[in-house]
Design a protein around this ligand. Structure first.
Ligand SMILES: Cc1ncc(COP(=O)(O)O)c(C=O)c1O
Length: 420
């Protein structure tokens, strides 16, 4: 089957929408008088966007936080890159690969709001942030600050530095329902001592969806001479911001989460004046010490994934980050508002619109998180993930752009029944 026949077949089966093709402008033109907030509530528009995805009918997928599978047009472009790289073989790898990747890095830097000289493409957040943690020139007694709600892989990497170099890790706990930004900033501030060298903080806490006041934390930490590394695994292409506006020193994210790149792509941002002091994990002496590319020598890798980043950005930009953020927040608030005050329900996510966007976490007092996730899947055909640590007991709920309010109604009905 050639590409034309393939598209025709799928379109005939109504699996591919006008969005997976040429009519997006047309669809958008019908709605473009509306603000992102008005559009967020317009199910007709999002029904069109839903058609851009091939959705598995077996369950309602409310677990996009791990991996937001790609829309069909990105997937098709990705498969095209796989074919092309395979067709060209080592010729591609020795010639065009470098220019193509350089172009994509520049395109990503524009999206991220930083200089491309401060950004590299990695495989994921883990690689990005672990490269920073392990690239530090740690001395015995140095301190690092982090939260128990941070991601396990990074917490483990700090534990390894403690074993290897004798650093001291100060671990705070972030409340699920803070009264103000200042309450959060103060928690981090209190953990800082004259020995603190690095503070790690999540832009969005993955288990609760809590958006943290990164800029204020950076200002506080910098005033005390402490560098800040932000775990932006869930914020990139989810919230509307520029990395350069946050004021952080290091930033890592995964592009297979909210940008919907096929699996295995991430970014690492290192502020220009911090690059020279960071040791590379993978040996590369070909670049100057202050060239971020020295951190990027991970060997031969699936370059077709990197090529698909450009296609994912194109899809993302057709929708626009303001519309995307507004829709994701609307979806979260749509279901949380319906269950927040019910007896037995525990919302582990703030009701304040500025403190959460698409991600939220809900528990039922009488049901263990693992049992709740199992029942949701087996009885109600709803796919979620159970969280049971760091003062968070519940299921993490992560809808995506293709999620409909009708699907969320099913979820709300299930919660109501189970909490009775
Ligand atoms: C907050 C946070 N940081 C880091 C990661 C790691 O992402 P990856 O596995 O793509 O490296 C995740 C994954 O879910 C996460 O939620």
């Amino acid at each position: 089957m050639n590409k034309r026949q393939f598209i025709k077949t799928f379109a005939a089966a109504n699996l591919i929408s006008p969005v997976f093709g040429r009519d997006f402008e047309n669809i958008l033109s019908k709605f473009e008088q509306q603000t992102p907030e008005q559009m967020a509530q317009n199910e007709d528009f999002w029904a069109e966007i839903r058609c851009a995805f091939l959705i598995k009918p077996d369950y309602i997928n409310l677990e996009n936080g791990y991996y937001s599978f790609a829309p069909q047009e990105t997937l098709e472009a990705f498969i095209g890159h796989v074919r092309e790289v395979n067709f060209q073989g080592s010729y591609y790898m020795r010639t065009r690969q470098f220019d193509d990747k350089a172009d994509i890095r520049k395109k990503l830097a524009v999206l991220a709001g930083c200089s491309h000289e401060e950004l590299i493409i990695t495989r994921n957040t883990t690689e990005s942030l672990d490269s920073v943690i392990a690239g530090y020139d740690w001395k015995v007694g140095d301190e690092a600050v982090m939260a128990m709600q941070d991601y396990g892989a990074m917490l483990d990497m700090f534990k390894l530095q403690a074993r290897r170099y004798g650093i001291v890790n100060k671990i705070i706990s972030i409340p699920n329902h803070p009264k103000s930004d200042e309450e959060i900033v103060e928690l981090y501030e209190k953990a800082i001592t004259p020995k603190t060298r690095l503070l790690m903080v999540c832009h969005i806490v993955n288990i609760t969806g809590h958006i943290l006041p990164i800029k204020k934390i950076c200002e506080m930490a910098h005033a005390k001479g402490v560098a800040v590394m932000v775990d932006g695994a869930h914020a990139f292409a989810h919230l509307d911001y520029k990395i350069s506006d946050l004021g952080c020193d290091y930033y890592g994210s995964s592009l297979h989460k909210w940008l919907s790149v096929p699996l295995g792509a991430g970014i690492l941002y290192v502020k220009k004046d911090r690059i020279a002091k960071l040791w590379q994990l993978f040996g590369d002496m070909g670049y100057k010490d202050d060239d971020i590319r020295k951190l990027n020598h991970t060997g031969t890798h699936p370059v077709h994934t990197d090529l698909a980043i450009a296609n994912a950005i194109d899809f993302h930009q057709k929708i626009g980050i303001q519309r995307k953020e507004a829709r994701l927040r609307f979806l979260q608030e749509y279901w949380t508002k319906k269950v927040r005050d019910l007896p037995n329900i525990v919302l582990n996510t703030s009701a304040d619109s500025q403190r959460a966007c698409g991600i939220a976490n809900v528990g039922i007092k009488t049901i263990k998180p693992a049992d709740l996730a199992k029942t949701l899947l087996e009885k109600y055909k709803i796919w979620t993930v159970a969280i049971d640590y760091a003062n968070v007991q519940g299921c993490r709920i992560t809808p995506n752009l293709y999620t409909s309010t009708a699907e969320l109604d099913t979820f709300v009905a299930a919660l109501k029944e189970l909490s009775r």
